[in-house]
Design a protein around this ligand. Sequence first.
Ligand SMILES: NC(=O)c1ccc[n+]([C@@H]2O[C@H](COP(=O)([O-])OP(=O)(O)OC[C@H]3O[C@@H](n4cnc5c(N)ncnc54)[C@H](O)[C@@H]3O)[C@@H](O)[C@H]2O)c1
Length: 367
Amino acid sequence: MSQSIQSVPVETLREFVLEVFRGLGVPEEEAAICRDVIILSDLRGIDSHGVGRLAMYHDRIRTGIQSPTTNLEVVKETETTATLDGHHGMGHVISYRSMRMAMDKARAHGLGAVAVRNSTHYGFAGYYPIMATREDMLGLTVTNARPGVAPTFGVQPMIGTNPVTFGAPTDLPFPFVIDAATSITQRGKLEYFHRRGEDTPEGLAIGRDGTSQTDTGPLLKDLVSGAAAMLPLGGVGELYGGHKGYGYGTMVEILSAALSGGSYLWDLAGFDEEGTAQPFRLGHFFLAIDISHFIEPAEFRRIATDILQKLQQSKKAPGHDRIYVAGEKEYDIEQERRSNGVPINDTLRATLRRVKSELDIGGYDFL
Ligand SMILES: NC(=O)c1ccc[n+]([C@@H]2O[C@H](COP(=O)([O-])OP(=O)(O)OC[C@H]3O[C@@H](n4cnc5c(N)ncnc54)[C@H](O)[C@@H]3O)[C@@H](O)[C@H]2O)c1
């Protein structure tokens, strides 16, 4: 399917996203937080978690399984830790405030850790560790997600794509940010293939017979019913380390659910046994480490930068003239998109047009 692509200026997109959240009943200050997470995702080239997700949030709020207003309850708190209940509010707001809380605790005591239950989709995980890097802290977050990934030697989707995301400040123009799922691919990327009318490459997902499933449309449906599964990092079996991706995905499930007293595995499916839509009840975990409690931040950044530069400058494989470090490609894309706008294709434009029309938003002729 050939798609025409239009570049939309970031400011226009920022205003549109804010209007959508306002229209959905998200209070002004909280709508701005949601907007900032979504727009940074698009700016960094993480198209799977940017404006492409607006229709999903719209539909979940309209169905009543996610609340546009966020009531973040402190269930338990110490100087360095907190357990929070998000009561199915806006995942971006819950997560922004949780990371902020972890950072405030870290500033005072060196470390801050916050576990959250009953949250909703928090978007691209990188946003929260990046908050920490801006204040000379290390940030880490994990989240569980609805079941989509099969355990090693299994075919049933049991754990989520469960990203592990870590950020550290550097003296480079960008922080180190490793922000990725513990599966080879994630649902947002499959939806992105679907919007572009593309097949899913071999080796990323399997059907009940254990062989690759590549037809993206049916695959997305089968993932929901449990008839197909994505594969953990490393792929099928043990040969390429699939058991390691499976183990790290399970670690995320434990940090997100067991520590917060929250839900896990198929209780995150988003529907009950009758197929009725239910809140997703996601759990997250946030950790902030204040570098100054360990070492002078300038010395930390010098060493971190030296590590990254030595990796970048190491010998290249045939056919490659550049070695990247995590966070670098996103930085490059952000510079380009801030100047030239965010690309929106026909399929995405049609989805955004639907949201715009259902919320009765005027203007925005690019749609
Ligand atoms: N909220 C959720 O439930 C959820 C679930 C899964 C994924 N996600 C998000 O989806 C996004 C994409 O996840 P993904 O698993 O598809 O990630 P990905 O496979 O696109 O990998 C991205 C990471 O790898 C780094 N990277 C890319 N190429 C590199 C190279 N050549 N050398 C060094 N580093 C390189 C990037 O800087 C980035 O940190 C992430 O932002 C993640 O947070 C969210």
